[in-house]
Design a binder for this molecule. Sequence first.
Ligand code: HT7
Ligand code: ZN
Length: 873
Amino acid sequence: PQPVYLSDYQPPAYQVTHTELTFDLDPTTTRVKARLRMERHPGTDSKAPLVLNGEHLTLISLAIDGNPLSDTAYQLTDEALYIEEVPEAFTLESEVEIAPSSNTALEGLYLSNGMYCTQCEAEGFRRITYYPDRPDVMATFKVTVIGDAEGEPVLLANGNPVDQGTLESGRHFVTWEDPHPKPCYLFALVAGDLHKVEDVFQTMSGRNVTLQLWVEQENLDKTEHAMASLKRAMTWDEQTYGREYDLDLFMIVAVNDFNMGAMENKGLNIFNSAAVLTHPDTATDTTFQNVEGIVAHEYFHNWSGNRVTCRDWFQLSLKEGFTVFRDQCFSADTNSAPVKRIQDVSFFRTAQFAEDGGPTAHPIRPDHFIEITNFYTLTIYEKGAEVVRMLCNLLGWEDFRRGSDLYFDRFDGQAVTIEDFIGCMAEVSGADLNQFMRWYSQAGTPEIDAHGEYDYVNAAYHLTLRQRTPATPGQPDKLPLHIPVRMGLVGTKSGQDLTLTLEGEKLGKDAVIHLTEDEQTFVFADVAEAPVPSLLRDFSAPVKLHFPYSREDLAFLLTHDSDGFNRWDAGQRLAMLALDDLIAAHRNGVEKVMDSRVVEAFRTLLTGSMDDKAVLAEMLTLPSEAYIAEQQPIVDVDAIHAAREFVRQSLAVALRDEFVGVYKANVSDEPYSPTPEQIAQRSLKNVALTYLMSIEDEEGVALCEAQFAAGHNMTDVRHALTLLSHSDRDDLASPALKAFGEKWAHDPLVMDQWFTIQVTRPQSDVLDRVQYLMQHPAFSIKNPNKVRALVGAFAQNRVNFHRLDGKGYALLADVVIELNRLNPEIAARLITPLTRWQRFDEERQQLMRAELLRIKQEPLSSNVFEVVEKALA
Ligand code: HT7
Ligand code: ZN
């Protein structure tokens, strides 16, 4: 497979202005007729051949302006159809046959549980018909779907229904029209035995929009939260960005087999059932919150992605980074803002930093790729969102909003670039964003080494910041970035933020300083007392910040920093220092000793007056093993696990009564509701229970068993089940797992949770269990949710996946090899843990590389090929 380069971009020679499609559905032989009105793009070569993408299609007929084309008038390959000579403007008609039932890649038109559905982003439309499958070709669509009246009573496509009727042989049809020009990646079709819940939303201009959520009958009781989330998102986008919905109908469909979370097809969003269905008995608080965020994200794409789309797939972050930023702000406004930020950053620093430091690191706007589906990454999405957030903070909300208005107005109905977006922001604000643009082209996580010195004589504080971005594949040398550092100086006597005076200007008590060079020293004047600097408040830039904080400094910031995010971060840094010592002690076979400062900091948290329970729960949560690993030069999975367990158990022993108190104070028999208050209370209670169960405290075990048995809601039940089944006591684990498995055997989404809980146990029998569960009737390798819940989750089980006999790696490689044939996109994602081999000791490196080499021997899909090549380079 050959890479495509951004620098080779050429506008399309031919545009499609209107697309008419007719689908005659059948599992093995669906007929697709296409009628495309096309015209040559002004300014392109009049001799340019017409090139249409097409894969896995059987061509039946082809005609231009009603004249059938002879075999010699066109050329067909496995990937494209070439027509040498075409008029300036013409109508192209084609008919092809496709087989949805054998489409296991879940790209194009496929069957999920007997239901027809589509996934066209990024390049799935070419598996439906011959077409210029690129986002800068935008057309209006009219689509007729013909199906079996009994088997597929519901026939959906984008836009508004304009016709319907019955046909002979028990068939029927519905015709849909979408008046908004769109690229074909936003095309969607769904047909099956679906049932709907319906609601109405009145837009800010007073139009009524019908909202429909389509699901299988047994899921009708799991739609309420998604519908409420959708209405909240519609209101938020009107109030925050002035964006109104633009059709009379908005539909969401839930399907069981889906490669990602959801898809923003115009007027017909298709969702992985795991990303839309909720019920207090079957979904946890985390799922409720994810569903709200994903529903909002897909809805927000209607403007940031659909009305204004990407010129080419290199610009993917234009729509994804901006839309993630929008959904993060929505969730922050709707729930607890500090907790949302803490959770997002915590995930980002663990997973995106790892991606940015590994062999698949790439800029937010890559300059080449082999397989675009490999680039739906944390860098494009989450780092892209961090960059938009920095921009918003640099400009201030007012200018950012004016820039976004200009962007939507100027480019409505067009396919554009990241420069177009940044250009609007620069134009409204007058800011020079040239250096800022480097964030889009430079891969790797910038690191800031910071040093501070208090000058008692002159009452000044000198802060020196030095930045460097490590080399990444293909980018050995980096230029300095524009890094906004939000900060404060917290007085050690007063415990208050001190006024920041820089170069004679009073900046207030919380300000942003701009690091634009390799090294800069900032001298703050009139600093009346020695301060501890609070740097990178609210994670103001996606960088690693190193400052030589003492444990005393961190304990001080933990209680005195006015920035909630940095208070949490101080706690994490303090715990990390203790963990580092314990990891070293474990490695050296030295007795482990708990740092009393950490115990005292936790005691203060538990007994103090902090009334935000959600933040408190986060502060009491230790850094994850994955995050700790990210901080180590060479990952020692066993030492990390042992050190973290030691800290957890030491805290549980020292603060046992406090944890029992916190647990009991937060038990509630209120009916379940996913409100921020209830979620906070449950998190705090369950964090306390986690500590108690780590020492198998008798009362803790009783509380845990009672919580499991009470079955009040899935958040509490799942947490209790996880603790029982991750304990060393089989008398606790086995009965609970058995009871849960039997109770929920009928519910695929709950069974996914059951799989995950079992394969993330720390006990050493897990590998056998994965193999056993892969034969379980509820498991199917063709269903991405099952693969993620079982095999993907196992690969996150650090002590067991990284077993020294290499069997964890071999199991993953076996599954990747099988999936490479069935679903290359999922196969390529699943390899990720093996690609991080350089982070481990020599022995594990050899084992991981051996599995990558074994995969490489196979006839590989371009998806898996690209990842394996990079991993072994
Ligand atoms: N824009 C959507 C991306 C997506 C996707 C991409 C590749 C293969 C399958 C896919 N399903 C959805 C989702 C989003 O970011 O909103
Ligand atoms: Zn998106």
